[in-house]
Design a protein around this ligand. Structure first.
Ligand SMILES: Nc1ncnc2c1ncn2[C@@H]1O[C@H](COP(=O)(O)OP(=O)(O)OP(=O)(O)O)[C@@H](O)[C@H]1O
Ligand SMILES: [Mg+2]
Length: 262
């Protein structure tokens, strides 16, 4: 059973089919890239998979302990509880809060805190609070962010804000992490750091990663498999080597960016 199975998924906006009859699978532990020209429907597909958009038709099924669960029509918080997490194309941190608090909030977002326990400040509340603090600090240390723990998130350089956002998504302990253009706006050094971060999330944390990216060097370096969308339709899938030589992919990118490394 695949971790995620998508069958004939379509998203219609008025007369526009932003995503049209897309079927794909994501296996447990994989690192997948979703590429395609601007407006191809990549973010719209992510939005359906993560409960932001309700699909017009088709189905999304996720493997869980209790067997396959239909994701369609579930809210973002329900999808998150099943083990999906994501970042957005534009940074969405709590800019006024500290980096540490951003991570701590994410860690508690998936657990239903006991209201009475919290209000009465019972000993168990403090025990949990300190465990959360320790775990958040460990995550920040793991991703070389600990020295910014007390900085407000919005005050960090762009590349580090992006990293905080990814670590925040990881803090919800997902099985499946979706990253929408994580390298956008980064310089080559920041992109190299990001490549290492994403690779560690897959290898050390055992998280399945799906990323949308226009930076082909990052895609070709990281992805085990690539899906290509064009005008809402899936036009190709395969290994990086296969995708680079695929005539339909090369044609889709003609006039846009070439599918070349670097
Ligand atoms: N909520 C919406 N209502 C109407 N049209 C939408 C909506 N969201 C996206 N679209 C349209 O759907 C198409 C696909 O958009 P989408 O954002 O999914 O593309 P994308 O592949 O992520 O592009 P980019 O690489 O530029 O981020 C575009 O034509 C877009 O204008
Ligand atoms: Mg997009």
């Amino acid at each position: 059973m695949s971790l995620l199975e998508v069958n004939h998924l379509t998203q219609q906006f008025g007369g526009l089919k932003a995503v049209s009859d897309v079927s794909l699978t994501i296996e447990d532990g994989e690192l997948i890239a979703l590429i395609g020209p601007n407006g191809a429907g990549k973010t719209t597909l992510f939005n359906m998979l993560t409960g932001v958009n309700v699909p017009t038709s088709g189905e999304i099924k996720m493997a869980t302990d209790k067997g396959q669960v239909l994701i369609n029509g579930k809210r973002t918080d329900q999808v998150a509880k099943l083990g999906m997490s994501r970042t957005f194309q534009n940074i969405r941190l709590f800019a006024e809060l500290s980096v540490l608090d951003n991570i701590k909030i994410a860690m508690t977002s998936n657990t239903r805190e006991n209201f009475v326990e919290t209000m009465l400040r019972l000993p168990s509340f403090y025990k949990k609070e300190s465990a959360i603090e320790d775990e958040a600090r460990k995550l920040l240390t793991d991703f070389q962010l600990i020295r910014y723990a007390r900085s407000t998130a919005g005050s960090l350089p762009y590349g580090l804000q992006r990293r905080v956002e990814i670590v925040r998504a990881l803090a919800t302990k997902p099985r499946l992490l979706f990253l929408d253009e994580p390298a956008a706006g980064m310089n080559p050094e920041e992109t190299a750091d990001l490549t290492a971060v994403i690779s560690r999330i897959q290898k050390d944390y055992g998280v399945t990663v799906v990323l949308i990216e226009h930076d082909m060097s990052l895609v070709m370096n990281l992805a085990q498999r690539i899906y290509v969308l064009d005008h809402g339709s899936l036009i190709a899938s395969g290994t990086p080597a296969e995708i680079k030589q695929n005539p339909a992919v090369v044609a889709a990118y003609l006039g846009g960016e070439a599918v070349a490394e670097g």
